[in-house]
Design a protein around this ligand. Structure first.
Ligand code: RFL
Ligand code: PHB
Length: 389
């Protein structure tokens, strides 16, 4: 089989890249290790920056998001008995869109299928060959049968545990990592959200986040120990703990109900450099991970897709390799800013096991500064809505 761009991974990065290339008549094949149902059962991000919203429009997959998504002009931040709002619209003139990653992925699958896009599911033993040559190819197996996909370029969109990053030799690859000493326990429930806007809460018992998917679907998170298992937490215990971490007036109106999904995610900051090796380009979680505070994971994946799509377009439409040659540099410049923001917001909102009294007072001072300074709020809002591409 032959295609122009072989895309490894059928998560949001791979599907969005494939759909954008299709709009410009550039052919691609997506190779996904899991089934479509499995990919769609993963509950992940919920907040889309304007850059991603614009990309979904450009890809022709924004109709349902425009109808069903919620535009948020600000967010609430609580600590102790204080709560304040950061107004994105006032500080930046922009907003964010609340629309789940699951729905984005579903819309992308539908669009790819409607266009007759080629996606191979349940692929095994994916291997990248000749990335440094002029004729790269990917080998893999489906239903026990060996296949070979010849291509011009390979996009490694296979997430943090994928094979693409590992294909870059260790003497070329530099990895930077920071692990956080806690995780997030997330619960999805068919209840109305406690508040129309998100609430990020710093409490003495640890961080909590009140988020949502729609009027009758709420997403809540609490900071938990890395040794906790989702089954250690009954629904009742989760709701009790959440109520103790958010402001009392919010806790009083929290509607609880059975969880329909419960999972724990560790928190990690990770970047690999470079994001390009010969004809292999890394995109999204394959190249970088952020802690979820600030919702930058999916959005940073989207900015990579933007740079790569435009580089490939320039190459195929004009025969000009400048965009793909500068891909790694451009993508990484934005990635590191998202890494900084996610690290800063995580540090501000969580309780750390080894935090001293000094550290705690610095955290409160920073929260008070953010509450009272228009300049600080503007900086936070500018990063939250997403830095320009
Ligand atoms: P994905 O979504 O991980 O998709 C990669 C796809 O590649 C497939 N794959 C392979 N396919 C073929 N061959 C192989 N060898 C393969 N290895 C893997 C996988 O099955 C998968 O379908 O990466 P992508 O597309 O770059 O998208 C990135 C986003 O998914 C990610 O940044 C966010 O979801 C991160 N993230 C969150 N971000 C937020 O902004 N807000 C959140 O609340 C949030 N929660 C989360 C998250 C990530 C999590 N992970 C990765 C464990 C919660 C979790 C649990
Ligand atoms: C979510 O709704 O899942 C969500 C929202 C904001 C975040 C992280 C996760 O910062």
């Amino acid at each position: 089989m032959k295609t122009q761009v072989a895309i490894i991974g059928g998560g949001p990065s791979g599907l969005l890249l494939s759909q954008l290339l299709y709009t410009r008549g550039i052919d691609s094949v997506v190779l996904e290790r899991k089934t479509k149902d499995y990919v769609l059962s993963r509950i992940r991000a919920g907040v889309l920056e304007r850059g991603l919203v614009d990309l979904l429009r450009e890809a022709g997959v924004a109709d349902r998001m425009e109808r069903e998504g919620f535009i948020h002009d600000g967010t609430l931040i609580s600590y102790g008995d204080q709560m304040f709002r950061v107004d994105f619209a006032e500080h930046t003139g922009h907003s964010v869109m609340v629309y789940g990653q699951t729905e984005v992925t579903r819309d992308l699958y539908e669009a790819r299928e409607a266009a007759g896009g080629k996606i191979d599911f349940n692929v095994e033993d994916v291997e990248i060959h000749g990335a440094e040559s002029g004729a790269p190819y990917v080998t893999y197996r489906v239903d026990g049968q060996a296949r070979r996909l010849n291509c011009d370029f390979i996009a490694g969109c296979d997430g943090f545990h994928g094979v693409s990053r590992q294909a870059i030799p260790l003497d070329v690859r530099c990895e930077y990592e920071k692990l956080y000493p806690f995780g997030w326990l997330g619960v999805l429930s068919r209840t109305s959200p406690v508040n129309p806007e998100l609430i990020y809460a710093n409490s003495p018992r640890g961080f909590a986040l009140c988020s949502m998917r729609n009027d009758n679907l709420s997403r809540y998170y609490i900071q938990c120990s890395l040794s906790d298992k989702p089954e250690d937490w009954t629904d009742e215990a989760f709701w009790q703990e959440l109520k103790r971490r958010i402001p009392a007036d919010q806790a009083a109106k929290l509607v609880t109900g059975p969880s329909i999904e419960k999972s724990i995610a560790p928190l990690r900051s990770f970047v690999t450099e470079p994001m390009r090796w010969g004809r292999l380009f890394l995109c999204g979680d394959a190249a970088h991970i952020v802690p979820p505070t600030g919702a930058k994971g999916l959005n940073t994946a989207a900015s990579d897709v933007h740079y790569l799509f435009n580089g490939l377009r320039q190459f195929y439409e004009k025969g000009d390799a400048a965009g793909i040659d500068s891909y790694s540099e451009k993508a990484l410049a934005r990635v590191w800013k998202a890494e900084r923001f996610s690290w800063w917001f995580s540090s501000l909102m969580h309780r750390y096991p080894d935090q001293s009294e000094f550290d705690l007072r610095i955290q409160v001072a920073e929260l008070e500064y953010l509450r009272s300074s228009s300049a600080a709020q503007k900086a936070m809002a500018e990063n939250y809505v997403g830095l320009p591409y």
